[in-house]
Design a protein around this ligand. Structure first.
Ligand code: IMP
Ligand code: MG
Length: 177
């Protein structure tokens, strides 16, 4: 039986929100007046995508997609299932995929390949968190909020067994076996 010991705050609400403003500014400068379609990967990226969308000054369309990747324990296998697909075509659009975290990179590898086959005009990736030490496949984001060490994090959309998504900050979860 696993017991949660505590959650150590790693990034405060203020730090996260300031970084999101910075990212939104960079993204707005890049796209200018060109419309872009944000694809929020549910559920983890929901809080991040909404805050980011609010700060982008380019014309924004917001779409949602839900994927899950299966693997033993806490590592994803790269076998990805689309639980909920886009309700619209992305052909000819500027796409910015918004994800909560890149861990092994397997989920995004599959997802980015899948979206590219739908012929967007351009496709970029924005992630709130990046754990490069854990990477199993070649995957880099165009916009990264924070690079973090190899620790399990929760909050600001990220969960542990569907819990803690609603924390306004990002913390390291300490689990006692
Ligand atoms: P990947 O395919 O290994 O990159 O898996 C990425 C997915 O695993 C993310 O979208 C998260 O849902 C989940 N994940 C990876 N690391 C963490 C973490 O530290 N906390 C919460 N979820 C995580
Ligand atoms: Mg996720």
């Amino acid at each position: 039986m696993m017991k949660i010991k505590r959650i150590n705050v790693h990034l405060t609400e203020q730090e996260v929100e300031q970084r999101i403003r910075d990212l939104a500014e960079q993204i707005s400068v890049h796209y200018g007046e060109d419309p872009l379609c944000l694809i929020c990967i549910l559920k983890g990226a929901a809080f991040f995508a909404c805050e980011l969308a609010k700060r982008i000054t380019s014309p924004v369309e917001l779409e949602f997609m839900s994927v899950s990747s299966y693997g033993a324990g806490t590592t994803s296998s790269g076998v990805v299932r689309i639980n909920y697909d886009l309700g619209t075509s992305i052909e000819g659009k500027n796409i910015l995929v918004v994800e909560d975290i890149i861990d092994t990179g397997r989920t995004l590898k599959y997802l980015m390949e899948n979206l590219k086959t739908r012929n967007p005009k351009s496709i970029k990736l924005c992630t709130l968190l990046d754990k490069p030490e854990r990477r199993a496949v070649d995957m880099e984001a165009d916009y990264v909020g924070f690079v973090i060490p190899d620790e399990f994090v929760v909050g600001y959309g990220l969960d542990w067994n569907q819990q803690y998504r609603n924390l306004p900050y990002i913390g390291f979860l300490e689990i006692e076996e």
